[in-house]
Every structure is written in C-alpha cells, then in structure tokens.
Ligand binder design. Structure first.
Ligand SMILES: N=C(N)NCCC[C@H](NC(=O)[C@@H]1CCC/C1=C\[C@H](COP(=O)(O)O)NC(=O)[C@@H](N)Cc1ccccc1)C(N)=O
Length: 167
C-alpha cells in the first residue's frame, strides 16, 4: 500500500481530487490509511476541473470560426460583409467537422482557407490562454477538451467554432 502506488486524480463530474491506486485499481475520496499524502504523486498540483492544464492554468487551442449575419462583427479577412445565416454557418461547420473526423483534412488546413478569424493565417492557432480571456461559451468548451480532442460546434457572439485543444 506504498504511497508510490497511489496518485491523485481529478473527478470531472465532482471537480474534486480523488486517490487512485495503480496496482489495486481502487479509488477513494479520502486519503488512503497510513499514507503520507505529500508522498502521493500529483498531491496539491491539481487545478480546478482539468488536471492536464499547465501550472498557470493555461491551455493552447486552435479554432475554425464561421461567422454569420448575426455575428457581433459580420466581417472578416475572407468576406467584407458576411450574410450567411446561422443555419448555413452550422451546416458548413458540421461538414468541416465530418471531413476532419474522417481524416480527410485537418482543422489547421481548413482554418487557413475557411476560418473567419484572423488566426486563420496561423492554422487557427490561438496560442496559450487562461480563463477569463475568451468568451464564456468558447472558454467553457475549450477547457473541457482533452489534448488533441476536437469540439462539437460551439456558438459564441463571434459565430460558430470548431475548437481543437493542442496543449
Ligand atoms: N489570444 C487572445 N487572448 N486573444 C484575444 C481573444 C479575445 C476573445 N475572442 C474570443 O473569445 C473568440 C474565440 C477565439 C477567437 C475569438 C474571436 C475573434 C474573431 O471574432 P470577432 O472578434 O471578429 O467577433 N478573434 C480574436 O479575438 C483573435 N484576436 C484571436 C487571435 C487571432 C490571432 C492570434 C491570436 C488570437 C474575446 N474575449 O472576444
């Protein structure tokens, strides 16, 4: 029952840490009997909600944005005046998602020609960001993703996005 067999994990649902024994595969909410918690891997490092975040609670992501006529700024490098409807924007995003999921292309490739965000030129890369920087709906979706996971369509005031968490 050595401390070395245990590690701290983050419960996604309850957003609190629990203890997992790699050998016995048991998990428990309480600190295991007779174990010095400071000797358990990951003790005290956990961040809110997602243990993979870097120390500063930052993640890195890329996105593909399709704007529509109700976007907060219905204009982009691609189109001076964007008039597609929300339904049309969603249809585009779903078609892109299908092609990425099939492995026909990548989000970065598509972002370069199709994204209505200036990050398009960088394959959609937004760099690292922490909480409080992006619009709430975008942040909530991005911080739920595992690394290399592609989001479902995400709506923000900017339009509809596909988000790929990269780090
Ligand atoms: N890295 C940051 N912290 N940059 C500030 C993000 C501001 C934030 N932006 C958003 O939440 C959405 C989701 C991602 C892109 C984005 C919107 C818009 C496009 O929509 P529009 O504003 O025309 O409605 N693109 C941007 O902001 C770009 N500077 C993103 C970017 C581009 C190149 C390099 C890095 C980041 C917000 N609070 O509005």
């Amino acid at each position: 029952n050595a401390a070395a067999n245990w590690e701290v994990r983050m419960s996604r649902s309850r957003k609190i840490a629990y203890y997992y024994n790699r050998v016995t595969k048991e998990s428990t909410w309480e600190i295991p009997q007779g174990i010095d918690p400071t000797k358990i891997k990951g003790y005290g490092e956990q961040r809110d909600g997602n243990p993979q975040e870097s120390g500063a609670g930052q993640i890195r992501a890329s996105h593909l944005l399709v704007k529509h006529i109700e976007s907060r700024r219905p204009s982009s490098w691609k189109e001076v005046r964007i008039t597609r409807t929300k339904e049309q924007a969603l249809a585009l995003i779903l078609a892109y998602r299908e092609r990425i999921e099939k492995g026909e292309t990548t989000l970065a490739e598509l972002a370069i020609t199709e994204s209505d965000c200036s990050s398009s030129k960088r394959g959609g890369d937004l760099g690292f960001f922490g909480r409080g920087q992006m619009q709430p709906s975008f942040e909530e979706a991005a911080f739920k993703l595992e690394v290399d996971q592609l989001s479902e369509p995400v709506w923000s005031d900017s339009g509809v996005h596909l988000i790929l968490r990269t780090q």
